[in-house]
Structures are given as structure tokens and as C-alpha cells.
Write a protein that binds this ligand. Structure first.
Ligand SMILES: CCCCCCCCCCCC(=O)SCCNC(=O)CCNC(=O)[C@H](O)C(C)(C)COP(=O)(O)OP(=O)(O)OC[C@H]1O[C@@H](n2cnc3c(N)ncnc32)[C@H](O)[C@@H]1OP(=O)(O)O
Length: 236
């Protein structure tokens, strides 16, 4: 057998696996966190399920599973569909809660997202930021029209395992003729965010990671969705 034919074997050093002190929050703890976010900020949780209707939205089965359902999709209560989101002007922007260009994901980074010892895996952080920009980029009535073409993540600090994170994203440019949308997202510590709000502190919160992304709208989505069909779908 030549060297090139030898099976590739990873030499993994034996490490002792220490049980992680990052238990998944109970239902009550998790909903308490979301309620605090809703009461301190002008946001509301969008109920998530697997049907793409106007008021419900799937986050991602993958993230749902990795977080043990400790992930929530929130939107500003006041519609913000101005500027960038106006590209979808055939959609009824003024209906309650419809926000196309911003999104917030609240997430608990638990033991199933471990990367470095005591820290969250960079891929998990990237997934959350990508999903958050994806939510902001894809209007509720046009789910999954835009796909990630490029994602750049800047890891500023290690996110400790067992943290509540809050990521928010916005689309700052949507170039509809060429089907491109550009967005950014930032991830901060959710408990620190709430504490600073509750204590009336105005200092800038440390950013754990930030991302910028290019999303491209699939050709199929563009061809298959006439303005009439979009309007119809948005009213379902
Ligand atoms: C999870 C939460 C769920 C939440 C639910 C809703 C959120 C969904 C978000 C999901 C996020 C994901 O994970 S998506 C999964 C990961 N991503 C993917 O699998 C995408 C794989 N790539 C593709 O399918 C394709 O490459 C596309 C769709 C991105 C683009 O293909 P295309 O449609 O043929 O584009 P094409 O006509 O060639 O190009 C259109 C314009 O975009 C530019 N362009 C195209 N691709 C790129 C690129 N990679 N980098 C730079 N620029 C590009 C072209 O130069 C051109 O510019 P110009 O000449 O016009 O200037």
C-alpha cells in the first residue's frame, strides 16, 4: 500500500470530558427571558412553526435542534418597512407586525454548541448570525427567496457556554434588479443587554461577534413570484 492509499486517521488526543455547567434553561426560565426582552424593548416574539404563513415562521430545524428549542425569533413591534424593504412594495407593508428588514434572534448557547473549552463553537455563532440576517432579508411573505452567498464573521470575544445571546440584524441595501441584499448582524450577551436596560446604563455593550453577508435572491423565486401571487401569499 502506498502512502497515498493509506486510510486517513485522525489522531485525537485523549481528553477527559468534564460535564459542562451549561444546563438548558427550563421552559419557565426561557420564557421569562423572552418576556423580559419583550417588556424592556419594543419587540414581540413571532411564533415559530413549520408553515410559512404571514404570522408564523420557521427559524431552522438545525438551530432548533442544537439549541433544544431555546431560540426565539423577535421583531420590532412597530413596522419598520421603510427604505430598503420598500423593494417589496407589492406586499402589504403596513399590516400588523410585518417587518422585512430587521430581525432579532434570542438564543441560549447550551452544552450542545460547545467549541473551545468553556466556549461556544464558532460555527454555532456563525449559524445564528446567518439565520438572523436571513430572517431580516427574507420578508415573512416571501420565505427563503434569498440565500446566503457570502458570510463574513468577526469573532471579537469568546462567547461563554451557557450564555443567553441576542443577535440582531438589519438589511442595509437591497439591489432588486440584480437580486442582491446586504445585511449585518451583531451578537451580544442577552443578560447584559437586559441588565443595562433595567439599570438605565448607556454604555456600549461588548459585541461577541458580528457578521456581514451578501444574500442573493434565487432566480426561481423571482420567476415564480409575480406581484399578484406575492400579494396573495402575503394575505394567507
Ligand atoms: C437558516 C435560517 C432559515 C430562516 C428562514 C429564512 C431565511 C433563509 C436564509 C437561509 C440562509 C442559508 O443558510 S442559505 C444556505 C447556504 N447558501 C446556499 O446554499 C447558496 C448556494 N448558492 C446558490 O444557490 C447560488 O450560487 C445563488 C442562489 C447564491 C446565486 O446563484 P444565481 O441565482 O445563479 O446567481 P447569479 O445569477 O449568478 O448572480 C446574481 C448576482 O449575484 C452575484 N453573486 C452570486 N453568487 C455570488 C457569490 N457567492 N458571491 C458574490 N456574488 C455573487 C453575481 O455576481 C450576480 O451579480 P451581478 O452580476 O448581478 O452584479
Amino acid at each position: 500500500m502506498t502512502r497515498a492509499d493509506e486510510p486517513l486517521v485522525w489522531q485525537v488526543p485523549a481528553v477527559s470530558r468534564v460535564p459542562l455547567a451549561a444546563p438548558v434553561p427550563t421552559d419557565a426560565e426561557w420564557s421569562g427571558f423572552i418576556r423580559r426582552l419583550e417588556s424592556r424593548y419594543d419587540v414581540r416574539q413571532v411564533q415559530v412553526d413549520n408553515t410559512h404563513t404571514k404570522s408564523t415562521r420557521r427559524v431552522s430545524d438545525f438551530l432548533d435542534s442544537a439549541t433544544r428549542s431555546r431560540i426565539a425569533y423577535l421583531l420590532p413591534t412597530t413596522p419598520l418597512c421603510q427604505g430598503a424593504a420598500d423593494a417589496d412594495d407589492d406586499v402589504d407593508d403596513n399590516s400588523a407586525g410585518y417587518v422585512a428588514d430587521r430581525a432579532i434572534l434570542a438564543v441560549y448557547f447550551g452544552p450542545h454548541m460547545q467549541g473551545p473549552s468553556g466556549g461556544v463553537h464558532g460555527g454555532a455563532v456563525a449559524s445564528v448570525l446567518d439565520a438572523c440576517i436571513g430572517m431580516a432579508t427574507n420578508p415573512l411573505s416571501q420565505p427563503e427567496g434569498y440565500l446566503t452567498a457570502q458570510l463574513t464573521v468577526n469573532y471579537r470575544r469568546m462567547m461563554p457556554l451557557g450564555s443567553y445571546g441576542v443577535a440582531w440584524a438589519r438589511v442595509f441595501e437591497r439591489d432588486d434588479p440584480s437580486r442582491k441584499a446586504y445585511g449585518i448582524a451583531r451578537l451580544v450577551d442577552g443578560q447584559a443587554l437586559l441588565a443595562s436596560r433595567e439599570n438605565g446604563e448607556s454604555h456600549r455593550l461588548p459585541v461577541y461577534a458580528e457578521a456581514s453577508a451578501l444574500f442573493v435572491r434565487r432566480k426561481r423565486a423571482v420567476e415564480g413570484a409575480s406581484p399578484a401571487s406575492l400579494t396573495q401569499r402575503s394575505r394567507l
